[in-house]
Design a protein around this ligand. Structure first.
Ligand SMILES: [Cu+2]
Length: 143
């Protein structure tokens, strides 16, 4: 259970300052106020492994405080309109075991594939970004 894991890890993680700010940061003026989904980056897995969000959503990645190994989150495949520069700047996290900050905002629709470059086969994440009318579970499409 997650609460148990966190409690266990408090001792080990006490020396590392992890900012505990809420989701009250400023949003882009035109973006809808969507809550930020979270993805846990743990030893050899991401949780969840897939995510469907609306365009303009920020995703908060949290490195598990129990980690003992290094991990990162790198985009390997994304919408065609993303430039290499954008990919490098916005969709590649730093590498670390705990305390890494990575909160990309997904401004373009499409399918995004991420891996941990250190554990490519074990750690994969897919993010589907749709137009913004109906996120998650919306099977209907306007045509
Ligand atoms: Cu990893």
């Amino acid at each position: 259970m997650r609460a148990g894991l966190i409690a266990l890890a408090v001792g080990a993680a006490a020396a590392i300052a992890v900012p505990a700010t809420g989701a009250t940061g400023p949003l882009a003026p035109h973006a809808e106020r969507a809550k930020s989904p979270r993805v846990t980056v743990a030893d050899y897995y991401y949780s969840p492994t897939s995510l469907t969000i609306k365009k303009g959503t920020k995703v908060r990645f949290k490195w598990a405080p129990t980690n003992t190994d290094l991990h990162d989150v790198w985009l390997t495949k994304g919408p065609k309109k993303l430039t290499k520069k954008q990919i490098r700047r916005d969709f590649r996290s730093a590498t670390g075991s705990i305390g890494v900050r990575f909160n990309p905002t997904f401004e373009r629709r499409g399918s995004y594939s991420f891996v941990c470059t250190l554990h490519r086969s074990a750690m994969r994440l897919t993010v589907e970004v749709n137009g913004g009318k109906k996120a998650r579970g919306g099977e209907e499409r306007e045509r």
